[in-house]
Design a protein. Sequence first.
Length: 214
Amino acid sequence: MAVIAPAVLAENADMYKQTMEKIQSFAERVHLDIADGEFAPTFTVSAKELWWAANWHADIHAMVARPSEHVDQLIALKPSLIIFHAEVQEDLLPTLQKVQAAGIKAGIALQRPTVPASVGSLIEMVEHVMIFSGDLGHYGGQASLMQLEKVRLIRAIKPSIEVGWDGGVTVDNAFTLSQGGIDVLNVGGTIAKSTDPAATYKQLVGEINKHGVI
């Protein structure tokens, strides 16, 4: 069954705290973004500024050019999942293995041009693949539903893998994404910019739990 994970993207500790306060009453699984200003064109809070409620399932999405330089600090936070981008220039294999050796799930994110088959060996070893349809380092990307074809291609490589989606999730497309095989819908701007984040979250959950009409 699909889940909604509020995404937190903040430029500084104050913004991070404000966003966390908006979602604290309803969040169960959260998607925490960090960016280094190099792989993604913006800076966010650093790993040492991340925190979350003890009962939350926390996924960290690291938009960083050199994952090997960040992995130890991220592991020390003990999240449930750490996601790095498949498009980085360094060898991701040892970094992902280090994450798994620490008892944390490892994931990779695929940007729009990245074909799953080109990173098949990484998909085979990780627990999560995130289809990234957003705008690196920003809320409010457009959901390119053509990217849903990647779900089939990813699961042809590893049928049991968890598949996430990041970028442009709204109340209008959440049902389509969940029906298309997405397990984790990471929702940024739709919740963060809502006048009633709890109600919007509830709407999104309602959408992904609807039954399809044949």
